[in-house]
Design a protein. Sequence first.
Length: 219
Amino acid sequence: MTTPDRPTSAAAPARNRVQRAWLLIALGLLAAVISLVVVDRTETVPLPAPLPPPDERGEADADVVMDGADIAQYRPDGTLQYRLRATQIRHFEADAFTALNAPDLSLHDADRAPWTASARSGTLRRTEPPAAEEVVSLRDSVVLEQSRADGDRVRLTTSAMDLYPARQYAETDQDVMIDSHIGRTTATGLEGDLQLGMLRFFSSRSARVHTVLLPEQFK
């Protein structure tokens, strides 16, 4: 009389090794697109500063009104730092800020493809000393994206975002979604050094940072 063969105990470890291998591949693909850090929003982690609402005053209150505006800022060496276009700008001297209609901002770097940002409205202002710098605050249907020469792309969408053109820095405390050629990530906030391609995503107790990879990455 013969007894039936028993399943070998090596099958379970083999499956575990395969699962770990696929996990490492997925994480490697995500890191190849952009570097990110996930942070829980707890009492010990400060939130980004609240974003100011856009100014809603009309042309009659503005000191300067310009339609079809095109503003370019250059570095000391003469290279283009950023270009800001808007269908209309309204400058308020007393409040030291400029309201923007349909702003379109591009951030330039000699060694990398430019980042472009657009929204339905926004403002341009300078932060308070001692670290005074220009900040472009975008509101409503904000899109920030970069298309690279090798065909890779990164596209972020949110409802509000602050951009600091001089140091190519972006931040938002609103829900944000990032799409790329390998998948999609959602988070409850973001801080990013665009020049280095480093993005720091935030999660909350009710909404975790979530990433979905496209099936094509596993072929």
